[in-house]
Ligand binder design. Structure first.
Ligand code: G6P
Length: 487
């Protein structure tokens, strides 16, 4: 992509890829639990440029230079991270409020009622404006390539477009897009759609989300839609709406050769959790979020132990849940609910030696997760609705022994690609419990067949494929704009 030099690339997201926190007299660097960061960070390491994000760590300000920027990854300095500081009020209205109490439940349609406050909307607009100003300040030319990430910035594309009409703006929506009826309850639906249509390309994970978006525009705006090519003309601008299934960076052989062996992982985890030798270990790894179907999967584990008591004492489920957005009641209540459910099931089936469910409600580093994935017999992903879900891809990437079974929700975008998983409807407890049993009793031969095929898919359709397709579409459209400008 000779047209897309790294120094012309600007990424904007709410979450930053590296967080500096103060831990007494030390500064520690954390990698946030975010599918967006997992996917976009390797791309920025490869192509350089500038990443603009909200500075959220307690020591973030201490490590930046006077331009509020820092070279990252720490020690490598492949690209630059420019931090934007938000006041508590801005963060409350824009991030906790409109983005996470409004847009998040609105788009996931997960039976949590979206909250739309006028004051949150005002904060959302103002913060979008602040990030737009930062993009404009960072642009080295009048036609930069700007990669706008996610539902925190629906208004940003049009704001950038207004100041930099020649910019190539690629917006990627990392969460689902609902149908027009569901989206239509948002009081500012027109503004949001108009904002997004400032993009040159608007990407979703699946064709289904693209279709929902196009229908939503059709319902609420005056726009011309070319269905065959999925191009929307609004005003004098065209937006290509395309699906780009996101993925992970496939581990480099140098990295995976350094992983502890499967048997070492198994031994360490068994020691840590006090598991008996023959235990079937199932794991779930999520942000502690109500969209992830954690309650539903706990019910499925309970049902498994109830209907197949032979598993009592031999089946353990470990849930890693990394606390997230805990300022919000909905999240705090949910964490309480899950804790109580775990206690109830453990009291029902547990003994002094046997604890069926372990809830590890803390942030875990990637290295620890790799160990857990490698120790597990089963990985359970039961999102009620999920744009893609990268945990299932990380699990598969960790299993270079071709063993282990993935149980995957049909409502995660990943289920479209990862067909060899055991696909379940997480709302159907019986079906999920049966899938757990099937996974726990699957022959090693069948595991190998399914896992090697899954590994083939994910390694092939890795995150560079995702970015490569998007960037080459961008390069093509950018060239076209230039040619048309000459005429
Ligand atoms: C999802 C969103 C991301 C977000 C991540 C973590 O993956 O699509 O935009 O960064 O969750 O959530 P948080 O609110 O902690 O950034």
């Amino acid at each position: 992509h000779t047209q897309l030099r790294g120094d012309q690339v600007v990424v904007v997201s709410n979450r930053e890829p590296y967080i500096h926190d103060r831990d007494e007299d030390r500064i520690v660097i954390r990698r946030p639990a975010s599918g967006l960061v997992t996917a976009v960070e390797p791309i920025m390491r490869a192509c350089s440029g500038t990443w603009i994000a909200h500075g959220s760590g307690s020591a973030d300000r201490e490590v930046v230079d006077s331009g509020d920027r820092i070279a990252v990854p720490p020690g490598h300095h492949d690209y630059s991270l420019r931090r934007i500081w938000l006041s508590q009020e801005e963060e409350r209205g824009y991030y906790y409020g409109f983005a996470n109490e409004g847009m998040w439940p609105l788009c996931h349609v997960a039976h949590v009622r979206p909250i739309f406050r006028e004051s949150d909307w005002e904060a959302y607009k103002a913060v979008n404006r602040r990030f737009a100003d930062a993009v404009i300040a960072e642009a080295r030319s009048d036609d930069p390539v700007v990669l706008v990430q996610d539902y925190h910035f629906a208004l940003l594309p049009a704001m950038i477009r207004e100041k930099l009409p020649q910019a190539t703006i690629l917006t990627f929506w990392h969460i689902p897009w609902p149908n027009p009826e569901s989206f239509g309850i948002c009081p500012w639906r027109r503004e949001i759609l108009q904002g997004l249509l400032g993009s040159t390309i608007l990407g979703f994970h699946t064709r289904f989300h693209c279709k929902n978006f196009i229908e939503t525009v059709d319902r609420f705006l005056e726009a011309r839609i070319e269905h065959e090519h999925a191009i929307i003309s609004h005003g004098d601008k065209e937006t290509l709406v395309e699906s780009y299934p996101i993925s992970i960076e496939w581990p480099h052989p140098l990295e995976s050769s350094g992983w502890p062996s499967i048997s070492d992982c198994r031994r360490r985890i068994a020691e840590l959790l006090g598991l008996a030798g023959e235990t079937c270990l199932a794991v779930g790894v999520d942000r502690f979020d109500y969209t992830k179907g954690i309650v539903e999967r706990l019910h499925a584990v309970e049902r498994l132990l109830e209907k197949r008591p032979e598993w009592i004492g031999r089946f353990v489920f470990v849930q890693v849940a990394s606390p997230t957005r805990s300022m919000l009641d909905e999240y705090r209540d949910f964490q309480g609910l899950v804790g109580r459910l775990v206690d109830r099931i453990n009291a029902r089936f547990g003994t002094l030696e046997y604890i069926p469910i372990r809830l590890l409600a803390a942030h875990h580093e990637h290295r620890e997760l790799i160990e857990l994935y490698r120790a597990a017999n089963i990985c359970v992903v039961t999102s009620l609705h999920d744009g893609m879900n990268l945990v299932c891809k990380e699990f598969v990437a960790a299993r270079d022994d071709d063993q282990g079974v993935l149980v995957l929700s049909r409502f995660a975008g990943a289920s479209r690609e990862m067909r060899e998983a055991l696909i379940v409807n997480p709302y159907h407890v019986e079906e999920t419990a049966d899938a757990l049993h099937q996974a726990a009793t699957m022959s090693s031969e069948e595991q190998r067949e399914r896992m090697s095929s899954l590994r083939h898919t994910v390694s092939e359709f890795n995150v560079f494929r995702w970015a490569g397709r998007m960037l080459s579409d961008a390069a093509r459209l950018r060239l076209r704009t230039r040619v048309e400008a000459r005429v």
